[in-house]
Design a protein around this ligand. Structure first.
Ligand SMILES: [Zn+2]
Length: 87
């Protein structure tokens, strides 16, 4: 075997809705992800669903002041604002 063989990325199957929470093994509920990224996901979020993660981030870290529009977040316009994005 050649020493120049490219190392193949290790992948694993992630249940979008965890099987422990009623998620199925069907294609729609499985995403194939890098093993390290998969470990990081569960270290950070345990068995939370994507909706629960978004709800947690919005309500705990952003105090409900953000809306998700087209995959990006935009601060809700409340009262007077400068119109500038403050990231
Ligand atoms: Zn997983």
């Amino acid at each position: 075997m050649s020493k120049k063989k490219k190392k193949k990325a290790r992948r694993s199957h992630h249940h979008i809705i965890p099987s422990s929470r009623g998620g199925t093994d069907r294609y729609e509920n499985i995403s194939t992800v890098d093993v390290k990224a998969h470990q990081n996901y569960h270290t950070l979020f345990g068995n939370m669903t994507p909706e629960e993660i978004i709800d947690y981030l919005v309500n705990y870290f952003w105090k409900g002041n953000y809306n998700f529009i087209g995959g990006k977040h935009e601060k809700e316009k409340r009262g007077k604002g400068t119109g500038k994005q403050d990231y």
